[in-house]
Design a protein around this ligand. Structure first.
Ligand SMILES: [Zn+2]
Length: 366
């Protein structure tokens, strides 16, 4: 499906113009930062995105039931939320909303056959069964409709995940190329077959006037002005083509796409380019990788100073055993030592201050 009518390259952003605007009459296109939506697409946070779709389905059905301005705004927000998270889901959104619009409010199976036919046999069966139970006593059950569409959205997202598997592997292999390799040369990290496949991709470019200045990253027909700049652009582009165009442009611009040291998944640092950790909370983890990384770095420094501290404590303990007169002093020192250790761990005193304190063993020489 040619979802994108044109793509404009603008510094570290891409602007896309949609081929079809039936899901929102005024929504012309959007702009998004290079690389970041691509990473979101290949590492799709399915639980989060399912919530976005749940909201989209609910608000869209309410809007179809009553096309007032308030309902439209709610639906628009839900639509933009998904595009802002990952523009590559736009096609999935379009497919889903087309099906909803086609069948709502009558829900006759015949209107949905083409849509249902695109799914796997078991999924088809489930959707058909659900569709049959939506009508009760001649009435359409809203709860049943929401369940049907949420289910369909889940299947569409499974398809999207399967579709992005190949590009995920490509990005992963590129990230594994040696650090000194830069730019498009990082594609040498791919095996020969993949390299040949990618080299065959064509992106016919031409010069054209871009979409101008966005309103909160969106472009609307009603707000079009003559402020566009002349930029390099490509036309008629599928979701897959745009993803690779995004990847190649990100490499050309030397975006630091790398693997996170904690979760081993690709990311692009939002702050310092030499960051080693992403700022995601990966499944199975309680904290963001960046916090886990900071903790690990902290711990890795600990052994030196804490081992020194415990060695000093053992030394003083041995002396107090040999010289019982020192025992009361040592007991006081132990309590103080615990306080100092806590203060050091909390960052209230520096490692040097801590060391100066526990290495001062004048009192043990009595
Ligand atoms: Zn991570």
């Amino acid at each position: 499906m040619q979802v994108f009518d044109a793509i404009y390259k603008k510094e570290n952003m891409l602007q896309c113009k949609f081929s079809d605007n039936f899901i929102h009459p005024d929504y012309l296109g959007t702009e998004f930062p290079l690389g970041h939506h691509l990473i979101n697409a290949i590492l799709l946070d399915v639980l989060q995105v399912e919530k976005y779709y749940c909201n989209l389905i609910k608000t869209y059905i309410s809007y179809l039931d009553d096309e007032n301005e308030s309902n439209f705004k709610k639906y628009e927000n839900a639509l933009f939320q998904i595009d802002d998270y990952c523009i590559y889901l736009h096609e999935t959104t379009q497919v889903l909303l087309t099906a909803i619009k086609k069948i709502h409010p009558n829900y006759s199976l015949g209107d949905l056959i083409d849509f249902i036919d695109t799914f796997k046999p078991q999924e088809k069966l489930e959707l058909t069964e659900q569709l049959r139970t939506i009508q009760k006593d001649g009435q359409i059950q809203l709860k049943g409709c929401l369940k049907l569409w949420n289910n369909a959205a889940g299947f569409l997202l499974d398809k999207f995940k399967a579709f992005t598997d190949t590009i995920y592997r490509d990005v992963f292999d590129i990230c594994n190329s040696p650090a000194e390799v830069k730019g498009l040369d990082r594609l040498n990290g791919l095996d020969t077959k993949r390299k040949i496949d990618l080299f065959r991709m064509e992106f016919p470019t031409c010069l054209s006037v871009d979409l101008g200045n966005s309103v909160n990253s969106k472009f609307f027909y009603s707000k079009l002005t003559d402020e566009g700049s002349i930029v390099s652009s490509i036309s008629q582009c599928s979701t897959e083509q745009l993803m690779y165009y995004d990847l190649f442009t990100s490499l050309e611009k030397d975006l630091p796409i790398k693997l996170c040291k904690n979760c081993n998944k690709p990311f692009i640092p939002k702050g310092r380019p030499d960051s080693l950790y992403c700022d995601r909370i990966m499944p199975g983890f309680k904290y963001k990788c960046v916090s886990i990384g900071a903790q690990n770095a902290y711990k890795s420094k600990q052994p030196d100073i804490e081992v020194e501290f415990y060695a000093a404590r053992k030394r003083y303990s041995t002396r107090s055993l040999r010289n019982p007169i020192l025992k009361p002093e040592f007991d006081v020192w132990k309590i103080k030592g615990r306080e100092k250790l806590t203060a050091y761990r909390n960052g209230e005193i520096s490692a040097d201050e801590f060391r100066t304190w526990f290495m001062d063993d004048e009192w043990t020489k009595i």
